[in-house]
Each structure stands twice: as C-alpha cells, then as structure tokens.
Write a protein that binds this ligand. Structure first.
Ligand code: NDP
Ligand SMILES: O=C1O[C@H](COP(=O)(O)O)[C@@H](O)[C@H](O)[C@H]1O
Length: 458
C-alpha cells in the first residue's frame, strides 16, 4: 500500500478519541498499516503534538484491543501530527494545502468526524486543495442535517470526488456478529430452510445502551433515537436478517427489503411506533429543558414479500437502559400447543455469540423441558483477539479502497424517508413521548406493541 494519509476533521472529538485513534492503533500493532502513514487530526484547540499525545494517551490505553506498551505507543505517536484550524474558514484550507505540499501522499483518506452541518463547508474547502489527490471521503452518520441536505450533499460529493470515493460509514456493518448473521443462516441446514414466514413467528432486534447522551446533547437533541440508531444501524441489521438470498449482492438484497417495508396507515401509527424519553434527559448538558426528543424508540414493522408476509419485526433501542445489549432474537412458530417454540438469539454485543433454545424430554419423566445452548464466541481468547473492532475493520476497508462495506445512497434514501414518515405520523397523531425511569429496559407502554406475540421483552 502507498503511503497513507488520514485527515480527521473533528480530531478533538469523542468519536476520534474513543473509536478512530484506538482503531488506528490496533491496525498499527497488527501491521495492517503501510510502513509510511500520517494521521492528521484537526481541531480548533491550541495543542502542540506533545499536548495532543497527552490527551489521547488515556483514550488509546483504555480502548485499544491489546494492552498498550509504552514503546509501541510512542512509535505510533511519531505518525500523528495535530493541525489547528477552524474548518468553517475557507481561507484556512490553503494552510492545510501547504502542509500537505510538505507531506505528499497518493492515498488520502479524509474523515468527517463532525456534525453534519459542517459537511458542506469541509467539502468546499477540501475540493480546492491541490495537494490532496483523489481523496476518499468518509462520512459519519447522520449523512446530512436533513434529508434534503443529505441528498444535495451526496450529489455534490459524488460529482466532486467520484461515487467510488464516498464512504458512508455505518460502523454496525463492521461488527463481527452482524457479519455473522448471514453465515449462521446460510451455513446451517438447521436454519437455512426455515428462514421464512412458515417457520418464524416473529423477530426481535434490541439495542440497549447504559449510557445517556453524555456530552452529545447538541447533536442528539436534534436527532433522537430514531435517526441516531434506527434509521441506520437497526434497519441495516433488520435488512440483513431478512435478505432473500444471503449469497447474493448484499447492497441490492438489502435495498430490496427496505423497498418492501409495509407502508403504515397513519391512523394506525400507534400500532407501529412508540417513543420514550428517559427521566432526567431534559437536565442533560446542551439539551432543551422542554425537549420532546425521544431517547427510546420501539417499532413493529412488516416486510411485504413472499418470504416474510405477516411476520412482525420488532425493533427497540434506548439510552439509560438497565444494561448494554444488542441482539437479534428469532422466535420460531410453536409446532405443538404444549411445547415452547424454538428460539435462536444472535448476540452482537457486549457478548458475541449464539444462543439456542429447543425441547427435550425431562430426564426421568415423560414431560418436555427446555434445553438451552449458549455459545460465547468472544469468551475464546483466540477468537476475541482475531476479531477486529468495527471501526478498525471499516477504516482498513476504506484504506484499501473496498467500498463494499459502506452504505449506498439509495439505502439511506429509503430508510430516511420511511423513518421520517413514521415520525411525522406520530407527531401528527399527537402521541405522547412516554417517560421511562433510567435503568429500565423499555417504557412500560411498549408492551401495547408486542403483547399479541409475546408477554415480556426481557
Ligand atoms: N461519538 C460517537 O460515539 C459517535 C459519533 N458519530 C458521529 O460523529 C460525528 C462527530 O461526533 P463526536 O465526535 O461525538 O462530536 P464532538 O462534539 O465530540 O466533536 C466535534 C469535533 O468537531 C470539531 N469542531 C467543531 N467545530 C469546529 C470548527 N469550526 N473548526 C474545527 N473543528 C471544529 C471539534 O473541535 P474543537 O475541539 O475545536 O471543539 C471536535 O473535534 C457526529 O456526526 C456524530 O453523529 C457517529 C457514531 C458514534
Ligand atoms: O452511532 C451511534 O452508535 C453508538 C452505539 O455504538 P456501539 O458501537 O457502542 O454500539 C450510540 O451510542 C450513538 O448514540 C450513535 O450515534
């Protein structure tokens, strides 16, 4: 690989500290970076390289996959040069250009780790730079401040840099167990031929987080859980679970699923969507004290196609929940009234693994009891060490020009329009944003959505 140059707009932000730099460090330790590489984090703060190293050291130590050794960390730091600029001032891009004239490279990756309102200004600035050849642009989600702006920006970026050079990142696509969903389904006869409406009763996709909005109130209070988690990460997972042909082109297959999402009757929106807000959210930093933004979203969706007709897909996600847990639970149909259904759980995080529940004869009796098999993939040290972190995988794919891990605009368009429409219906119907106590797993009213299919969502 040619010399790599990674420029991070938002180099003093939470994402850079917590995810991007630890991921780059992992790649460095695993010898997956070219010999020559330069990381240039950009921020407004007045830091020398030494100051910056002091700031990032604890983050890398905490979040790198392997125990950090001082010598290796110091060697890694040699490749990082902090650059101070205000990226909203166009004239400052000339200074950045001069900096790159002095640090030439043929492989530029430019990461927009900033709020979407800044994407256009940065794009304008970068496009004027002569010493940044054919950069690959990595966009964090949300991909624009609004759907219209995202569409406009996407077109502009593709025109300026070429569609193959635009990398819209959804880091959930880099998670090991998300990638594993297709394999579990397709490589096992046990599941392959029963992955449809005839055998599956319902699907639950749950993404609970213990953290609240932390320091991100500015952004979150405009986005909310639907835009922050559902429209991207969770619809991605849902569409991966539901693809028709797991061996086909994933972009096309997933897009087909999104296009087949059932349109919702606005008069029945309460049967599809429920929103909640954790108690105390309005007192969080940078949050409107009268905010009605949702920190929890629960959905019941249907896919209108031959494979999934009539099978509900439940999605829930929230902040300040009782535990951190992301999983996909597939409940099969009862094959007899007197026995429990089979259940398959694909655990995405923090435990990575597969859980299967099936029926056996109770030893010594004639009755039936449940057997529960719980495979923990990341309990195996070798598996754990061989599993790249999501951002590590995505950054590496981008460096080598592998765009297949990244989201295509059409998918974003469909999911954005779908979720926006639901949210509009919810607000038009004057449905409440239910308050829920911190440390719960959902607002108690959520059971209205699912009680016909199951009693409790643990
Ligand atoms: N944090 C996370 O876990 C995740 C974040 N994201 C997305 O990543 C993006 C960034 O998020 P996050 O890191 O949390 O945001 P932060 O608010 O923590 O960081 C924002 C960064 O932008 C910089 N910045 C803002 N204005 C300017 C300016 N005029 N000139 C130069 N630098 C400026 C800040 O620099 P300064 O130090 O000068 O203020 C800071 O480095 C968002 O789009 C978010 O949605 C996506 C997934 C997860
Ligand atoms: O994109 C986002 O994801 C994180 C959760 O990511 P994870 O990898 O820790 O599961 C979420 O906290 C954040 O609000 C959202 O923007």
């Amino acid at each position: 690989m040619n010399k790599l140059t990674l420029t991070i707009f938002g180099g003093t932000g939470d994402l850079t500290y917590r995810k991007l730099l630890p991921a780059m460090y992992n790649l460095y330790i695993k010898n997956q970076l070219p010999k020559e590489f330069l990381i240039t984090p950009i921020g407004r703060r007045d830091y020398t390289d030494t100051d910056y190293q002091g700031v990032i050291e604890p983050w890398i130590s905490e979040f790198a996959q392997v125990k950090v050794k001082d010598e290796q960390l110091q060697a890694f730091f040699e490749h990082i040069h902090y650059f101070r600029m205000d990226f909203t001032t166009q004239s400052q891009y000339q200074l950045l250009d001069q900096y790159y004239e002095a640090h030439p490279s043929e492989n530029h990756v430019v990461y927009y780790a900033v709020a979407p309102d800044f994407f256009e200004g940065i794009t304008d600035g970068v496009s004027t730079m002569e010493n940044m050849h054919e950069p690959k642009i990595v966009l964090e989600k949300p991909f624009g401040a609004s759907f219209e702006l995202a569409k406009f920006l996407s077109k502009k970026l593709e025109t300026l840099f070429g569609s193959n050079h635009i990398y819209r990142i959804d880091h959930y696509l880099g998670k090991e167990m998300v990638r594993n969903i297709l394999t579990i389904r397709d490589a096992n006869l046990l599941f392959k031929n029963v992955w449809n409406k005839d055998s599956i009763d319902h699907v639950q996709i749950s993404a609970l987080e213990e953290v609240g909005v932390e320091t991100r109130g500015n952004y979150y209070d405009h986005a909310g859980a639907l835009k922050d988690m559902v429209q991207n990460h969770l619809l991605q997972i849902m569409s991966i679970v539901a693809v028709d042909d797991p061996t086909g082109n994933m972009n096309e297959q997933q897009l087909a699923v999104l296009k087949q999402l059932r349109s919702v009757d606005k008069l029945k929106i309460q049967d599809t969507l429920l929103l909640g807000q954790y108690d105390g959210y309005r007192q969080e930093l940078h949050v409107d004290p009268a905010s009605t933004i949702e920190t929890f979203a629960g959905l019941k969706l249907f896919i209108d196609n031959e494979r999934w007709q009539g099978v509900p897909f439940y999605i829930r996600t929230g902040k300040k929940m009782a535990r951190r847990e992301i999983e996909v639970k597939i409940t099969f149909k009862r094959q007899r009234e007197d026995v429990d259904p089979n259940v398959l759980v694909i655990k995405i995080q923090p435990t990575e693994g597969v859980y299967l529940e099936f029926n056996i004869k109770t030893p010594g009796e004639d009755s039936i009891t449940k057997a529960q098999m719980d495979f923990c993939q990341n309990c195996n040290l070798i598996f754990k060490l061989n599993t790249p972190e999501a951002y590590e995988r995505m950054l590496h794919a981008c460096m080598i020009g592998d765009n297949s891990w990244f989201t295509k605009w059409e998918m974003i368009e469909y999911s954005w329009e779908y979720i926006d429409a639901l949210k509009q219906m919810y607000s038009d119907a004057n449905l409440p944003v239910y308050t829920y106590p911190q440390g719960s797993v959902e607002p108690k009213e959520l059971s209205q959505l699912y009680h016909k299919d199951f009693e409790q969502w643990n």
